[in-house]
Design a protein around this ligand. Structure first.
Ligand SMILES: [Zn+2]
Length: 73
């Protein structure tokens, strides 16, 4: 994580962006419980900062947001 990414961090649905990013690979691999996935879904739908982390995370988050029906920005 760069300091720039940390500056953009938000807390949505009880999770900070960095917590979401830490769990993202487990999310994609299906290793999270339904409750954990629901929290991440809620965060991604309510948080446009995650897409600004860039790189593979940004691409992945954008794909997930599209899948969840969250508006693109
Ligand atoms: Zn976020």
């Amino acid at each position: 994580m760069t300091s720039q990414a940390r500056a953009a961090e938000r807390t949505v649905a009880g999770l900070s962006c960095s917590e979401v990013l830490e769990r993202l690979s487990a999310y994609v691999d299906g290793e999270l419980s339904a409750a954990e996935r629901a929290h991440i879904d809620e965060h991604l739908q309510g948080c446009d900062a995650c897409t600004r982390f860039g790189g593979e995370f940004g691409t992945l988050v954008k794909a997930l947001r599209t899948q969840l029906g969250a508006p693109e920005d």
